[in-house]
Write a protein that binds this ligand. Sequence first.
Ligand code: HEC
Length: 124
Amino acid sequence: MVTLIKISIGFIATLVIITEDSYNSNEATNESIAQHSSIDLDKSCKDKAYKILKSKCNICHRKRNRRRVFTKENMDTWANDIYKQVFIKKRMPSGKKVKLSPDEYQDLLTWITNTKNSKNGNQL
Ligand code: HEC
């Protein structure tokens, strides 16, 4: 009788461990899904920002400011300067020909905010 009780306690304990294990691994899967989708989001907002930098900024910088031709590799390191020039000092895009649409301003700002948040949480 005692052995029977021992066996059933062991059985229940095993069940508990198994269900707990699969619960934990579910949680881990959910976490990695969440991480991936936020990476995808960052990527698509960077793509949008890069298109703007390429079409509205590089066309001029390539001729008049060759040290600041934006690429996908260097743009993140320029995020802070771009923020200052475009949103605070409003010097860029310089000249009368190139204008940014409200959507383009928004896309740039979204990318800048994401970039800053992912780097040691610097505030704007
Ligand atoms: C019509 C030409 C032209 C366009 C368009 C233009 N720029 Fe510039 N930009 C310049 C020139 C010339 C300089 C260097 C001299 C200066 O700072 O005024 C410069 C300098 C800069 C600098 C560095 C400023 C500093 O701190 O020295 C940044 C950052 C910048 N541009 C960002 C941008 C961004 C972002 C855009 C697009 C939204 C843009 N520019 C569009 C001509 C342009």
